[in-house]
Design a protein. Structure first.
Length: 309
């Protein structure tokens, strides 16, 4: 099969851990070992998030004040190289060189008039206390939002229109190469009147970009790996109900949290409406997810509309 596998933030940096290079590598190594069996048997593209890492680079960037801070599009490209390199290396190691792995820097076309540029929702960087968040917002002119019991910076997250390098990814897959791409949703760019790419100050949601890529590649399945066992209605409340299977139409009637589960569900709806299949579930139980013992499956042919656990 042709698979697009989207690694969630927990595959790179577990909540509460220091964002060190050693922890990044350890988490990626664990993720790649879990993916090795799939990688041996199928055509596979791995995509990944970059929210914590791009926020960290932005902070490090601000620490040196002799030059102007680098913009978000360049920082996004940096995270693609940084994280893509580690995934490429650790997946190659997990496969003992059986398959070639290529990580490529990817750009994603967005609409400069997307309303997301006026309504930032994408969480990036480390978490802050209320006081530290207020100080950071004042000093750096950031928009801050609540993330659980803490606070984080938010930036615009426009909808992806297309992935510029899809033809290259196609060629690599056709030649038996495993591909790492669309890191952090790909660097957002607009196209000017002459078709030239111009970087935009935003971070594209990696699940939305992964869905766009999956559609363009005509992938059989999009797998979104996260730290939750299921997509849940009324998550975190006494009325929580875990979803086993759903049609895109049925799950679109439910409400999910912005910036966390909603982008995953929206991406899944897009793929399933085009006839594809989507799995959302935990990386550390990948075999059970594939065997349908855990996780949520979204596909077009669900007569009941939605099946709860």
């Amino acid at each position: 099969m042709r698979l697009v596998v989207a690694l969630g933030g927990n595959a790179l940096a577990k909540r509460g851990e220091p964002m060190t290079a050693d922890r990044l590598r350890a988490n990626v190594k664990e993720s790649c070992q879990a993916l090795a069996k799939l990688a041996r048997e199928h055509e596979m593209v791995i995509t990944h998030g970059n929210g914590p890492q791009v926020g960290l680079l932005a902070l490090q960037n601000l620490a040196y004040q002799d030059v102007a801070a680098y913009p978000l599009d360049i920082l996004g490209a940096e995270t693609q190289g940084m994280i893509g390199y580690v995934i490429q290396q650790e997946l190659s190691n997990a496969l003992a060189g059986e398959r070639e792995v290529a990580a490529i820097v990817t750009t994603t076309v967005v609409d400069e008039n997307d309303p997301a540029f006026h309504r930032p929702t994408k969480l990036i960087g480390p978490t802050y206390s209320a006081q530290d968040a207020a100080e950071a917002a004042s000093e750096y002119r950031w928009t801050i939002a609540k993330d659980g019991n803490a606070f984080r910076r938010v930036v615009p997250s426009p909808e992806p229109i297309s992935i510029v390098q899809t033809p290259l990814v196609h060629t690599l897959l056709d030649n038996g190469t495993l591909v790492v791409c669309v890191g952090g949703g790909g660097v957002p760019v607009k196209l000017d009147g002459k078709g030239r790419q111009i970087g935009m100050q935003a971070v594209v949601d990696k699940d939305a970009a992964s869905a766009t890529l999956a559609a363009e590649l005509e992938a059989d399945t999009l797998i979104m790996l996260t730290d939750g066992d299921f997509v849940s209605e009324n998550w975190g409340t006494p009325e929580q109900r875990d979803i086993l299977t759903a049609s895109p139409e049925a799950i679109s009637e439910l409400a999910f949290a912005e910036g966390s589960m909603k982008p995953k569900v929206d991406a899944a709806i897009r793929v399933a409406k085009a006839g594809g299949r989507v799995l959302i579930g935990p990386l550390d139980r990948l075999d059970d997810l594939l065997a349908r013992k855990v996780g949520t499956e979204i596909r077009p042919d669900v007569p009941e509309g939605i099946v709860f656990v």
